[in-house]
Design a protein around this ligand. Structure first.
Ligand code: ATP
Ligand code: MG
Length: 564
């Protein structure tokens, strides 16, 4: 299936993909008794929607074949890693709906073994301590078109390398003075094989091992060996690691490791109108351009959760985009489409007014009120009914009234009749304006015969608008979101200049129907005609804050129908 996504979900089970086929073959041939995969985040930031794809693939494959997926922190770089990230990553994986059971590991737990294997490599003449400067190493490495040159230290005696490596570990050398390198091939067309570094000196405290180490293994060395230690059968990762696979295999083949994992690469997820590298996301947080990792504009799982995305919608999205070998840019409209499908099922309908305009129903008795019956979810009768209070003064949406209606405007304007959702038909009789000509109060009459929304004489109205009874309304703040970037693929050194300045709009004087007064943080609601909303954690008992998760207009359904 194409990575572009958008194909309807297969009715029977998930569609196949090349990874499922490989694993199925390995199961059939008896190559592995048990399938083991792993999700290996580096704890240097929060997880994003791209990681969600990897998590769904890693845990999904293991789950389908009755195996396990390990959660392994790839914590080999002490400088950038923090406990906060270790915790947020676990929370996010769990929230997405996956369980690693007992299988929580840290690459740092293997430091001793990784070190001993490095000594084995030196003893076997397969690794050496190089004493060139970092600049010299770069220069000796050559380029894509030019072969590299051997370091003058490449053939230093094994005993000397062993001694230097021991002294590197003992802390005798400063960063950048010595490095342990694999002895492979400086002329290899694959730059990754030109005597790659295996260990370097880093005098930094590690979040788990403290000051115990001052040499740290490189990712390309630690990763295959960690996989082997954990008996990972299929090490699934993104395409940028394809060129590293020969080095992955070299490590496995040249050491006496307990198992032989196989690396398989798939395309990473890129999503339009956002950025997806932790480095860039970290920059947005550090520069204060967003309120934090969980800012609802962020493509992080914490941000999406706060925005009101559900794990079900994200998993559905990951299933639909599929797993392929070609990089592409997925339309964020598809993600939003999956979200609307899920929220349509789960979110009760309610009424709220975001930009209020007062309506006075002159022929409704002052002081009177009544309860009107409203359906909670037309898609799901089991969600039942509620009542909404009605009285003489209401709030309606400012844009639902026009003193001089443009063509095809069927909402409220002087002389026209509209339906109040779940209520009566009302006809506009006049408008009060302020000094600048802005309407401040709309006057109407209601037809008492139309309770519930239909006229006994069968006359039709062209529009139904939402409303809240002014006397009963509860105040709220509502935050509206738009795309984080105003271009599809923000790239280049000036990527931050493409941030959308209108990605957050805060409306502080909104009114919600009283049934929402007790809505719990994290609960999902549809505000009729306005979209899906979630109660934000900033809510206080006397003041609710809602985030708009997504509007109701589904651009993906339109794209799908038109076929482009
Ligand atoms: P970033 O580039 O955002 O920093 P990363 O690859 O450095 O991401 P890791 O913590 O190393 O982040 O990633 C853990 C796993 O998630 C890796 O196996 C990686 O391949 C996968 N992954 C990261 N980004 C994506 C993405 N956009 N789509 C699919 N998988 C991804
Ligand atoms: Mg990484």
């Amino acid at each position: 299936m194409a990575g572009a996504g958008g194909k309807p979900k297969a009715a029977e089970g998930p569609p196949s993909n090349f990874i499922r086929s490989i694993v199925a073959d390995d199961v059939r041939s008896g190559k592995h008794a048990r399938i083991v995969t792993r999700f290996p985040p580096e704890p240097n930031g929060y997880l994003h929607i791209g990681h969600a794809k990897a998590i769904c693939v890693d845990f999904g494959i293991a789950g389908e074949f009755g195996g396990v997926c390990n959660l392994r922190f790839d914590d080999t770089n002490p400088a950038k890693e923090e406990v906060e990230y270790v915790e947020s990553i676990q929370e996010d994986v769990r929230w997405l709906g996956f369980d690693w059971g007992e299988n929580l590991f840290y690459a740092s737990d293997y430091f001793e073994r990784l070190h001993d294997w490095a000594v084995d490599l030196i003893r076997g003449g397969k690794a050496y301590v190089d004493s060139l400067t970092p600049d010299e190493i770069r220069e000796y490495r050559g380029t894509l078109t030019k072969a590299g040159r051997n370091s003058p230290y490449r053939d230093r005696p094994i005993e000397e390398s062993l001694d230097l490596f021991a002294r590197m570990r003992a802390g005798e050398f400063e960063e950048g003075t010595h490095v342990l390198r694999a002895k492979i091939d400086m002329a290899s067309p694959n730059v990754n094989l030109r005597d790659p570094a295996l260990y370097r000196v880093r005098k930094a405290a590690h979040h788990r091992t403290g000051d115990r180490w001052c040499i740290y293994p490189m990712y390309d060395y630690a990763h295959p060996l960690s996989d082997a230690i954990e008996h990972v059968t299929h090490s699934l990762c993104t395409l940028e690691f394809a060129d590293h696979r020969p080095l992955y295999d070299w490590c496995i083949e040249n050491l006496d490791v307990p198992s032989r994992p196989r690396q398989i690469e798939f395309a990473r997820l890129n999503l339009s109108y956002t950025v997806m590298s932790k480095r860039r996301l970290r920059e947005l947080v550090a520069d204060g351009l967003v309120s934090g990792w969980d800012d609802p504009r962020m493509p992080t799982l914490a941000g999406l959760r706060r925005r009101g995305f559900t794990p079900e919608a994200i998993r559905d999205f990951c299933e639909r985009i599929g797993v392929a070998k070609a990089d592409n840019l997925v339309d964020v409209a598809l993600l939003e489409h999956c979200l609307r499908e899920d929220l349509n099922r789960r979110a009760p309908r309610t009424m709220a007014v975001l930009r209020p305009l007062k309506v006075v129903i002159d022929n409704y008795p002052e002081g009177a009120e009544e309860e009107l019956e409203a359906v909670n979810n037309p898609e799901d009768p089991a969600m039942g009914k509620r009542t909404v209070p009605f009285s003489r003064e209401l709030w309606i949406e400012h844009e639902d009234f026009r003193e001089v209606p443009p063509p095809k405007y069927f909402r409220l304007s002087p002389g026209t009749e509209v339906r109040l959702r779940w209520g009566y038909l009302i006809r506009c009789t006049g408008v009060v304006k302020d000094a600048s000509g802005e309407p401040t109060e709309v006057h109407c009459t209601y037809d008492p015969e139309t309770r519930g929304g239909n006229a006994p004489d069968g006359r039709k109205v062209k529009s139904t608008i939402h409303w809240v009874s002014a006397r009963h309304a509860v105040p709220a703040e509502v935050r509206l979101y738009d795309r984080l970037f105003s271009v599809e693929a923000p790239e280049g050194p000036s990527w931050k200049e493409h941030l959308n300045p209108n990605a957050l709009e805060t409306l502080e004087r909104c009114w919600i129907e009283p049934s929402l007064a007790g809505a719990a943080p994290g609960s999902h609601w549809q505000f009729e005609r306005l979209g899906y909303f979630v109660v934000d954690e900033d809510s206080r008992s006397d003041r609710k804050v809602f985030n708009r998760t997504v509007s109701l207009r589904d651009t993906w359904a339109r794209i799908e129908k038109k076929g482009f």
